[in-house]
Design a protein around this ligand. Sequence first.
Ligand SMILES: Cc1cc2nc3c(=O)[nH]c(=O)nc-3n(C[C@H](O)[C@H](O)[C@H](O)COP(=O)(O)OP(=O)(O)OC[C@H]3O[C@@H](n4cnc5c(N)ncnc54)[C@H](O)[C@@H]3O)c2cc1C
Length: 481
Amino acid sequence: MVETTNPDILICGAGAAGLTLAVDLARRGVAFRIIEKARAPFEGSRGKGLQPRSQEVFDDLGILDRLLETARPYPPQRIWRAGGGFEVEALSEAREPTPAEPYAMPLLSPQFLTERALRERLAALGGRVEFGLELTGFTQDGEGVTATLAGPGEPETLRCRYLVGADGGRSFVRHALHIDFPGKTLGVRAVVADVRIDGLSDDAWHRWGEGLDMIGLCPLWGTDLFQLQGPIALEGEVDLSAAGLDAMVAARTGRRDLTVTAVAWASAYSMNARLADRYRVDRVFLAGDAAHIHPPTGGQGLNTSLQDAYNLGWKLAAVLDGAPDALLDSYEAERRPVAAEVLGLSTRLLDAAKTGAAMRRGRETNQMDIGYPDSPLSLEGPDRKTGVAAGDRAPDAPVRGGRLFDLFRGPHWTLLGHETGDAPPSRQGVRAHAIEDDHQGHMRDAYGLSPGEWVLVRPDGYVAAVGEAAALVKHLDRILG
Ligand SMILES: Cc1cc2nc3c(=O)[nH]c(=O)nc-3n(C[C@H](O)[C@H](O)[C@H](O)COP(=O)(O)OP(=O)(O)OC[C@H]3O[C@@H](n4cnc5c(N)ncnc54)[C@H](O)[C@@H]3O)c2cc1C
């Protein structure tokens, strides 16, 4: 058995959640390892919707520019009628960017390209995924976690301070911790496949049929593939070869001019809605699909997963730096209710989709209104009639020379003051800005600050408190110790 260098954090699983956590920890200079039992990156398109709130997260983590080289907004849906002809329906309500919400529309990016962008960012920060390495066991004590890893060579034992199970819906870590995963199987089974297809235009998400005859073909930007999705019978073999999927396309579309010529990846899966009873057992955490799974309707799973990681990353770094352990309890307190909401939302959208109606995604799918008002990290203040309150997402606004998101970008906390007149307070790990040049009034409109008031913004872009500078610094002292 080989003993290896001991990182502070071991991340198990290099999907969207594990990679996002790795990027965040890398930019914070935390010592970690990220292991992935697969020998090579995952190649399927699966979660292809990147919601506006995730785009903000990726902006902060330095991934968005890379992603925008291939990602673009969704095309309109083209709903084909039996016998020819079609209707056109947008997937989401059209929304223009605003000063407070610069990313208005979801982006379409196949999951393998999103994960590639994350790995590239990780590499730029000096990190890398260790592929072909599987977590096979762990124990924990008051000081840390001892983990066993199996790979191509001899089994390895390593010691770390914390373990994060970002190891997907069948999570080994969740099972090892005996955490229940209650919920239900939704009685829906579907094929999802990335196919090359001749004869189909790539300017629309094409959809045909109802019930078990439904089929959708959506172009995957950045590739020459389409994502095929269609419900199938709950039992029985499915032919996922090019010939098998070609027959499915022909039968469900009635079109003889479409030919599936190749299959890059394909899977037949049953939909579930489940939520882990706990997200933390002492020094071990669950993130992403390991903690919650839901149907793909609404494009929520990957987004919820990466935002789990974004919530956990700064807290782990802070506790390693001496913050009280209680900070880590806020992870479950904040993120588990979000996943519970998402489960309800995606299941409702699935029920609507079963009727064959065109998919319509409202604002609730953008994840922009997620907040943590009841969090122990949100300082209750006097009722605020306008602007932000503790727990709200911190809006963007143009300020002279840039925008607020430029001031937030990075691993620090931010204090923003409005017409304060005083010198900004100073504290380690906090950047304070007295905004005196809000000439268009956007910041005032979004935050509703009175002259002299300050707002404390967390590293993950949520408001922790609004009020006098001294009270805010005291609140931060309580959180960080
Ligand atoms: C058909 C389909 C469509 C979807 N559409 C959407 C969508 O439009 N929008 C959306 O947001 N989401 C969507 N999702 C969901 C999305 O794909 C998942 O939510 C997302 O992959 C979760 O990321 P994750 O990192 O938590 O887990 P995963 O991506 O499952 O990654 C977990 C990783 O851990 C590794 N691993 C497991 N055990 C171990 C171990 N013991 N040691 C080391 N490594 C291990 C696995 O190999 C895997 O790579 C869809 C899913 C499906 C199936």
